[in-house]
Design a protein around this ligand. Sequence first.
Ligand code: NOJ
Length: 765
Amino acid sequence: MKIVIVMEISARSFFVSLFLLSVAFAGLSRTKTPLYRQADADIDVRVEDLLGRMTLDEKIGQLNQRSYWYSQRGRELFFPMAAAGQVGSFMNVTDPATSDSLQYMAVECSRLGIPLLMARDVIHGYKTIFPIPLGLAATFSPEMAADAARIAAVEASSDGIRWTFAPMLDIARDPRWGRIAEGCGEDPYLASLMAEAMVRGFQHGDSLGSSTSLAACAKHFVAYGAAEGGRDYNCTNVTGRELRQTYFPPFEAALRAGALTFMSSFNANDGIPASCNRQLLHDVLRDQWGFKGFVVSDCFSVRELIAHGVAADEAEAAAKCISAGVDMDMEDGIYASHLRTLVGKGLVSEEDIDRAVRGILRVKFKLGLFENPYVATPQSVKYAQSHLDAARRSALMSAILLKNDNKTLPLSPCRTKRILLTGPLADATYDQLGTWIFDGEKEHTVTLLQALRNQYSDSISIVYEPGLKYSRHDDDACIERAVVAADDADAIIVAVGEEAILSGEGHSMAGLGLVGGQSKLIERLKSTGKPLVMIVMAGRPLAIGREAEMADAVLYSFHPGTMGGPALADLLMGRESPSGKTPVTFPSTSGQCPIYYNHPSTGRPATGKEIGLDGIPEEAGNTFLGCTSYYLDAGYEPLYPFGYGLSYTDFDYSDLKLDSADYPLDGTVRASFTLTNKGNCRATEVAQLYTSDVVASVTPAVTELRRFERVTLAPGESRRMEMSFPVSELAFVGSDLEKRVEPGEFILRVGTDSRAPLSTRFTVR
Ligand code: NOJ
């Protein structure tokens, strides 16, 4: 195999001589196997042994991450760099032959043979694409998220990738921010469970050394999702208390699950860009949390200190970032260009360099790269049937039924013989995959149109007329063709939403309505009087109130991935009942943003009796409206609350009980209630439990998700549910930045979403 690899390399003879030289050198100098090469030695011992042998240049090489370009230039530049130990990691190498060749240069030709760490953004699948992370969060199933991550890791490792820049753990409360698509929504508890699950999936639990595990990267540390105005890369102003209360927990959870790496974020919080924030990267992450892996900067974020206005030039940027705790410089080569001089001038300490190298080496040892540097996963794992089945299951579990008037869904083949399928997302092989799919291939996507035709054309005749070509398209003639096609149909399914490019990094929107002529299309279809089912595929919660009003049923699917079509077809035709829940609040208009369910109470909360614009008489007096916290033109209620999602059956919650009326600080609250499937189909509910702190020393959140469980019940079946949590989880961050539970009264509620009306009270003493 080595011969094949060497033949592959264009500058063959140069490398062969280098190799021979290094072998000769090794033969002369190694009397016995150095400690760092002994697989059974303790990892910290191996790290120290290797570190002790490294020159300053070799150390700086480890801190340098480059993006590989697939051109001759890439080869000419990067192969010699790998052979000289000048690079610690490459990103974006996705063919196994190039990966192995580069690795060969590092392992066999460099002086110390330190393997490279191959990185890639494997975010929601590699080849088999799963729903976007926001969609995975909508499953409320950490197990499903772990499976998706595991499968992504297996597929990616077949191309030599051993490090993914995921999971993305930014809490997002503003859907204008396009990157809301990449995270797990607004709730720290749900996001924390998802974080742990995804880290476990990528890193293969404790089997990190397996050739199919990827090092996870908890990103973006931190508060990046709080970008002012929802505009990407914008500054954030999150207080220390709020960081600890809301933004840190998913990262702490990822660390508990063993996340090997962290990525510093682009944003400057309270004036300090994350990549030079020593308090965050050193005091919190390392000192308080005990992180032992390494921190990589986000792409070019070392250089961006200059644009942020906190460094005059590259050298100052490098000095600030390495001293703050960024260990690896992603892509911009600034560490490689400046660290040697900075150390020479005493502006950067060798201790900081050693800290960074230690973290990187530790991760490489943990991944078993010194023992198994080459690709070992077969190509055949890509698109394996079991992977496609899991992708279909996750898309099914993540679709959210927002409306179902008169039981329009599921469509019954007895009443519905002919369907018009229309809309720009009905057959959108690319857009259905969503944002951040570097490696997904649209040729493998199964769309709703294909799925309905493949699976259901025996029982139902399907007429397809796109209506619009893509989400931003606006063409009356095209729309009218769809309206005409509706003539013979018994029902209309219109698939609308967003193209993949409208969400994700750098893709923020000021408005949250449907773009292009989609609203018009829906209005025209509504005028036919036929039952109208609206499917939405999007990267964010859209403000679709007007369109939802026109539709009889609405099924929302955050871009569902490769197998989205079959999953949605099964739901439409009633083979399965929807069970997804909103992992974020849906605003009624972008003017309500930021909006989230677990907000602190105001001194003047809305009462529900507020008067809207139309109810205000002319020349009304100043206090006529009553002065509560709401918008005259948009009220205060969201379009759909957090945790919301209907089913084809009705679930009933009753008989809520606690095992005690009061609990000690070290106690455990045990709640039980009866959940009944009152309908006539088997279905899954995500039962949810919330608590509210009645009085605390700082304004508490109005309510917070504390536990949830996916439960499948047969028609008529009842189950006594039990949910418990330690009193310590009622802790909040006080004004002194310390976490504590304050004795006093609490409300506990259970139900089908965050408005859960069935409640009881308990006291903590
Ligand atoms: C920038 C993005 O913010 C980050 O999420 C990603 O991992 C890196 N680029 C690498 O592509």
